[in-house]
Design a protein around this ligand. Structure first.
Ligand code: PBG
Length: 325
């Protein structure tokens, strides 16, 4: 007698059984909402490329943070859009730079109830749109850039950031930032490093959101990762951990679940994944044409990211999904 064993099917029979044996659970605790704060606007500005997402004023940002807190979202990551851009991105570390002001506002409004993460990069602040300083040879100069990252980290910590998140993929950035923070006694400020960040085509909507165009049709392929490489991501992650990262990040998420899963095997530190603007925009666009059920695909994406090994997810879906959960 050779009956097939139907054990696996039996456990899928009812929603309650499926709930009981689910291996992965997506919770509101897993979600970090990316928020945009823009200097010099009177009312929030909708971002056409990211439906449902806005550039906030200082006032509307505070309200948004309070609302996210009330639905249980544990953290936000802030991106700034300054009025003035220059070659060095000096608004990124100016004490009156828009992100520094917004961090202070949020801290005052919400106390310690929300984790405040500051994206740490200069691309939103430079007139050429690169994530670093352009050296004499016309290319991004790694070492000059990480010195500036240290100054930005200090300014963000001073303004109240719990976590600084360097996203520029410069070598040695984590060590430079850790040293700069410790020098000013910000030993409690954590570093979430965008360790494995790919030169992805999925950042398009974000660049519209932050008003960034890379000069002369340039790209970030000399500092962000080549999407053909997986092992290289592990080398990047190991380097960041060795330099003192408290948490690491993989970005984007869905095309790099293999990297996430391998990262999970080499570190016990918290791992974040960034479900980026293009991943969000693709869901919205397909749903708009009734090609997919938005809510189901959103849950499927975010759950898959957790299943692959992420501890938390930066996502523009945070608010909608928190409401569903
Ligand atoms: C760089 C930065 C980018 C994103 C987050 N931080 C853009 C880039 O590298 O060009 C993209 C996020 C997204 O697409 O949602 N400061």
């Amino acid at each position: 007698m050779s009956f097939p064993n139907k054990r696996l099917r039996r456990l899928r029979r009812t929603p309650a059984l499926r709930r009981l044996v689910a291996e992965t659970r997506l919770s509101v605790d897993d979600l970090v909402a990316p928020l945009f704060i823009r200097e010099g606007i009177e009312t929030p500005v909708p971002i056409p490329s990211l439906s449902g997402v806005k550039q906030h004023t200082r006032e509307s940002l505070i309200n948004e943070v309070k609302e996210l807190n009330s639905i249980g979202i544990p953290g936000i990551i802030l991106f700034g859009i300054p009025e003035q851009k220059d070659s060095h991105g000096s608004q990124a570390w100016d004490p009156n730079g828009i992100v520094q002001l917004a961090l202070q506002d949020c801290r005052e409004a919400i106390g310690e109830d929300m984790v405040l993460i500051a994206d740490l990069c200069v691309d939103e602040y430079t007139d050429h749109g690169h994530c670093g300083i352009i050296g004499e040879d016309g290319t991004v100069n790694n070492d000059q850039t990480i010195e500036i990252y240290g100054k930005i980290a200090q300014a963000q910590a001073r303004a109240g950031a719990d976590i600084v998140a360097p996203s520029g993929m410069m070598d040695g950035q984590v060590r430079a930032i850790r040293n700069a923070l410790d020098e000013e006694n910000f030993e409690e400020t954590s570093i979430l490093s965008y360790s494995a960040k790919y030169a992805s085509g999925l950042y398009g909507p974000f660049r519209d959101a932050v008003d960034v165009t890379i000069a002369d049709g340039g790209d970030r392929k000399t500092y962000q990762q080549d999407w053909r490489n997986g092992r290289e991501a592990l080398a990047e992650i190991r380097a960041d951990i060795e330099e003192g990262a408290d948490m690491i990040m993989i970005k984007p998420a869905i095309p790099y679940l293999d990297v996430l899963s391998k990262a999970r095997q080499i570190t016990d530190l918290p791992i974040a994944a960034y479900h980026v603007s293009g991943e969000y925009a693709m869901i919205k666009a397909a749903a708009n044409q009734n090609l997919i059920d938005e809510r189901i695909v959103a849950l499927e994406h975010l759950t898959a990211i957790k299943r692959a090994g992420a501890d938390f997810i930066l996502t523009y879906l945070a608010r909608e999904i928190a409401e569903v959960l």
